[in-house]
Design a protein around this ligand. Structure first.
Ligand SMILES: Nc1ncnc2c1ncn2[C@@H]1O[C@H](COP(=O)(O)OP(=O)(O)OP(=O)(O)O)[C@@H](O)[C@H]1O
Ligand SMILES: [Mg+2]
Length: 268
């Protein structure tokens, strides 16, 4: 059974324009699905709808067999964690430790378990030395690391990352995303990004354009749809550029070279 099912979902902030326009998809338990698309295509709106921060204008969201509604929202929130695009929107504590603890407080955990999770997840994002610092005084990338730790600490089955690593340095992105990947086996991950390199971590990719799904396929297949990816203003992968160069130069055995290049790219 799919852990997430979205049926004919639409959303409008105002009367005029659809932010999401009749989209449908399913996500299986344990799947890692990236969502890409240019600015304003509806990615963050989808993330907020999935975790019940916005209520659906039309259509249905079913999480783990339960239809999202005012009555079920509390139990569904126990299953989903979201890291927002702007980390400043999610700090509540006066220290990093407080902040990670805050989300855990209404989950009736004992003190030892809480301490253990704070330690584990702050370490995972390499922020264990900042636990007593005020989150407001951290750099953008450090704030994003703390925001990720706070959500990971909830240990929800489904995790949504909305451009959650956009301010983290390239080496740090690798470390943090590897840590996220380490959770892959039992977690279902929705990973919103503008970076196709990060899409390589996942199983599948959904491309949104003006609130509609224009591509939903396995990562390997999706990367063959250069037209759609380029249309979404995404920077093509260096592998794609290399393959195009090979093609332009009319080298022989193109298929074999292409296969080797892609094999070197996938990180899963
Ligand atoms: N709070 C809001 N009020 C009114 N319109 C909004 C609001 N938030 C988003 N929109 C509109 O809804 C559409 C989708 O926005 P959304 O934030 O979901 O896009 P996005 O794909 O996340 O973009 P980005 O890549 O810039 O983060 C856009 O046209 C945007 O202008
Ligand atoms: Mg967004």
């Amino acid at each position: 059974m799919a852990i997430i099912e979205v049926k004919n979902l639409s959303y409008k902030y105002s009367k005029k324009k659809h932010a999401l326009d009749d989209i449908s998809f399913k996500v299986e338990k344990g799947e890692f699905v990236s969502i890409v698309g240019h600015n304003g295509s509806g990615k963050s709106t989808l993330g907020k709808l999935l975790c019940g921060l916005l209520s659906t204008s039309k259509g249905e969201i079913i999480i783990d067999g339960i239809t999202l509604s005012d009555e079920t929202i509390d139990s569904i929130r126990q299953k989903i964690g979201i890291v927002f695009q702007n980390p400043d929107n999610q700090f509540v504590g006066v220290t990093v430790k407080n902040d990670i603890a805050f989300g855990l407080e209404n989950r009736s955990l004992d003190v030892d378990e809480m301490e253990a999770r704070i330690k584990k997840y702050s370490k995972l994002v390499q922020m264990e030395d900042f636990l007593d610092k005020n989150p407001e005084n951290l750099s953008g990338g450090q704030k994003q690391r703390v925001a990720i730790a706070s959500v990971l600490a909830l240990e929800t089955d489904i995790l949504i990352f909305d451009e959650a690593t956009s301010m983290i340095d390239p080496q740090g992105v690798l470390e943090v995303t590897n840590a996220i990947k380490g959770l892959k086996a039992d977690k279902t991950i929705i990973y919103i990004t503008h970076n196709l390199e990060e899409v390589l971590m996942g199983d599948r990719v959904i491309v949104l354009e003006k609130g509609k799904i224009v591509l939903d396929d396995k990562v390997d297949e999706a990367f063959k749809r250069e037209d759609i990816l380029a249309n979404s203003k995404l920077e093509l992968l260096k592998q794609t550029k290399l393959i195009n160069l090979i093609e332009e130069n009319g080298l022989n055995r193109k298929e074999e070279v292409e296969k080797i290049i892609w094999q070197s790219a996938y990180q899963r």
